[in-house]
Write a protein that binds this ligand. Structure first.
Ligand code: CDP
Ligand code: MG
Length: 735
């Protein structure tokens, strides 16, 4: 009976693993090996298995003939050139047998909804089919993607499949980066970029076909695009619209597009074993690492896909995996670690698609991007901690936050499905079966219902759409959020009191950045610091931190970073100092290295800055520079961000000035210890606390000077006169 207890089972399991490993590696260095395994199993996680067959999978088992045919084709392909091989693999995609039917459907209908499993070839093949069928002669074939990385990587893949240079016939366009030319006929772009194209070309006249891809993701921009493309379809009968989605919501899309026909691509899916943890995991990052190692030492060949929430987590996971496998050296198969997230440079993105050599195992550590936007072949094991980063927005307080949030059941199913694309697989959910049943929502709330609409409202107003309340949204945003956006744009002077776009608003819409940043750039001319402010705007737009802090050189890094905070007036100035320091060395990589600054982020900042300077020129804003005038620079920042202000309270925390909320200075800030009385902040992030990120000290009198319509002198004086305990900064720091 003893062997029935879970503990005994566990021991038996471990013993078996070690025995297996021992026979695999020979008896020579058994001691070292068993040490390595002790290390791995020291914090083994237990899973409960639950078999599941994904959805309504039509043909799970391929027939023998099919299998043999494929193997033969694969063998033959190996002997051919790379280009020919790719042509063969294109024909093996589930999409291929439906090519002619699809083209016929496109010919017969103006709008069609396409539904098919991830990996069936929708994104890479359909635009090519349209091109091959001659639609390129009538205009460009566009395809939108919710994510930058997907747009870039898919365009690269399609250029390769078509045997052309990226940027020639096939190109992509993402914010701050245009890789297209006059020749481009197949154009991948982010949904946000297509929205901006409406500004210059409201009827999309240069396009013959538009595919709104990954429609199920329901990003804010995709949702707005739905309304716009539906509208122009009425007066452009020659424009073909394809709405494609990976999941089952097709009826909803069809209904919205006046009952457009649904084209379903039968997918292949294999059974996936779902494993749940027996008990909740306190630290999913750690659990993901341990589970990966468990898979690596105990499971047959096949690559692993881990879903994490963002770059920081991915880098931490990469580091932990490297550390824990280092000791094992050549005793276990090689573990190839391939991260993928939005800011990863494209040459490193390619790594996730490289085939895994025999004997090795690839671990792809990805954000949500690998849920449906990118298909990676060879994945057999999925590790799903059950979280993603999601923005949420409280229109009442104006608090915007990017939070790690539990995923929906629909997402969990998509993630599990990644394991069963080419063969049966396993999905390790780092949460309990109970949590899955009771704690996860059925579907993700569309982004439009949980985000600030400032940008989108400004854009729609610029397109001449004035009646936003009656705009044809698939799921309308909360009225309160809409009003809040209108109110903010009014405060920024982009709208007049009738809600009409002003000259200022028109100028602001030219800039592909948040309305506050746009306002700050436009106003910077008045303060004689437009060049400095463009640099700062570029630096805050790179996404992620520009500072680099390796654990083993943390002290050196901190010292180097401190030098940028000279004068200690705020993070905006520090960012300016970083950029100017780099520019002075003629953009030397060595300088970044010595100062613990991320070279990639800097290069991106330089690109963004160049674009902003171009726009500044186009808007006839004079480029003025006065790097010494710190007040002018901070006043310019305040003129865009005057409703992102906070003042210090008695208890050492901060309170936002309007819509009072308790907030804190982010520990990464240069002002986290100085605690000035008044601050302007770039953004609020909700992590363990409500943090203000990228802050600068301001003088409260500026608020009345710059935004007299928003702040009354009385209100500011009252707050400024409140007595604070002496040496609050220090006291609070010690507490
Ligand atoms: O859009 P959908 O999920 O239906 O599939 P897809 O993205 O068009 O992917 C079809 C195939 O192209 C997959 O088997 C991928 O492995 C391959 N692909 C690739 O090799 N490299 C890329 N950058 C994108 C796709
Ligand atoms: Mg796709």
């Amino acid at each position: 009976a003893a062997s029935e207890t879970p503990w005994a089972q566990q021991e038996a399991f471990e013993a078996q693993q070690i025995k297996k490993a021992a026979s695999r590696y020979g008896a020579k260095d058994r001691k070292a090996k068993s040490e390595a395994y002790d290390y791995v199993f020291e914090d083994q996680i237990e899973f409960i298995v639950d078999q599941y067959l994904a959805g309504d999978a039509p043909d799970v088992e391929e027939t023998k003939e099919e299998k043999m045919k494929k193997e033969r084709e694969a063998r033959e392909a190996e002997q051919r050139s790379e280009f020919e091989q790719i042509q063969v693999s294109r024909k093996l995609l589930p999409m291929f047998p439906y090519r002619d039917d699809l083209l016929k459907a496109v010919e017969e209908h103006q709008v069609i909804i396409i539904v098919g499993e991830t990996g069936s070839g929708k994104t890479t093949q359909i635009p090519q089919y349209l091109y091959e069928a001659g639609y390129g002669k009538l205009g460009k074939i566009g395809c939108t993607q919710p994510r930058r990385v997907a747009a870039m990587s898919v365009a690269a893949r399609v250029a390769q499949e078509m045997g052309v240079k990226l940027g020639a016939q096939v190109g992509y366009s993402i914010r701050f980066e245009d890789c297209t030319s006059d020749k481009t006929l197949v154009k991948y772009m982010t949904d946000g970029m297509l929205l901006r194209e409406f500004l210059g070309e409201p009827d999309l006249a240069s396009y013959s076909c538009m595919m709104v891809d990954e429609a199920h993701e329901r990003t804010l921009h995709t949702d707005v695009l739905f309304g716009l493309v539906k509208d122009i379809a009425r007066f452009r009968p020659d424009l073909k619209l394809l709405i494609s989605s990976a999941t089952l919501d097709a009826e909803k899309f069809s209904e919205y597009f006046d009952f457009a026909p649904i084209f379903r691509i039968p997918g292949r899916r294999y059974p996936v074993d779902i494993m749940y943890t027996k008990a909740p995991e306190a630290d999913y990052l750690h659990a993901a690492v341990v589970t990966t190692l468990q898979i690596h030492v105990s499971q047959p060949e096949g690559d692993v896909l881990i879903f994490l929430t963002g770059q920081e987590e991915i880098e931490a996971c990469e580091e932990m995996l490297k550390q824990r496998t280092r000791g094992m050296g050549s005793k276990i198969g090689e573990l190839i670690i391939a991260p993928i997230y939005a800011n990863l440079p494209s040459d490193m993105q390619a790594k996730i698609f490289e085939p895994t050599p025999p004997g090795a195992r690839k671990v792809v550590i990805a954000t949500n991007i690998a849920e449906t936007s990118l298909t990676i072949d060879g994945i057999k094991y999925v590790i799903d901690p059950g979280f993603c980063k999601q923005n949420s927005y409280n229109p009442r307080s104006g608090m915007e936050s990017l939070q790690v949030t539990p995923i929906s059941k629909a997402s969990a199913l998509q993630r599990a499905g990644r394991a069963g694309r080419t063969s049966p697989g396993k999905c390790f959910r780092l949460y309990t079966a109970w949590a899955y049943q009771h704690e996860l929502e059925a579907n993700t709330v569309p982004e439009i219902q949980r985000t600030n609409l400032g940008n989108v409202v400004l854009l729609l107003k610029s397109l001449g759409i004035n009646d936003l309340i009656n705009f044809d949204f698939m799921d309308p945003p909360p009225t309160e959020t809409m009003f809040r956006a209108l109110e903010q744009l009014y405060a920024l002077g982009a709208l007049n009191d009738k809600g009409e776009l002003t000259m200022m608003g028109r100028k602001m819409a030219e800039f592909p950045v948040d309305p506050m940043l746009a306002k700050m750039i436009i106003q910077s001319e008045k303060f004689g610091v437009s060049e400095e402010v463009c640099t700062i705007a570029a630096m805050v737009s790179v996404g992620g931190s520009v500072f680099y802090r390796p654990k083993d050189k943390a002290v050196h890094a901190d010292n180097a970073h401190k030098a940028f905070h000279r004068g200690n007036v705020g993070d905006h100035m520090a960012l300016l100092n970083v950029y100017n320091g780099w520019a002075e060395t003629n953009f030397a990589s060595q300088w970044c290295f010595e100062n613990f600054v991320q070279i990639r982020s800097m290069k991106r900042a330089r690109d963004i800055r160049d674009q902003l300077l171009g726009l500044v020129d186009r808007c006839e804003i004079e480029l003025l520079s006065n790097p010494q005038d710190l007040d002018a620079i901070r006043k310019a920042i305040t003129s865009g961000f005057f409703y992102h202000t906070a003042s210090l309270q008695k208890n050492g925390s901060y309170r936002t000035v309007k819509n009072p909320q308790t907030v804190h200075v982010h520990p990464s800030s240069g002002l986290s210890e100085a605690m000035p009385r008044w601050l302007v902040y770039h953004e609020l992030v909700l992590t363990t606390k409500e943090y203000m990120r990228v802050v600068s000290e301001i003088n409260p009198e500026w608020l009345v000077e710059i935004a007299p319509h928003y702040y009354s002198k009385k209100e500011i004086m009252e707050q400024a006169q409140k007595k604070l305990p002496k040496m609050l900064g220090k006291a609070a720091g010690e507490a």
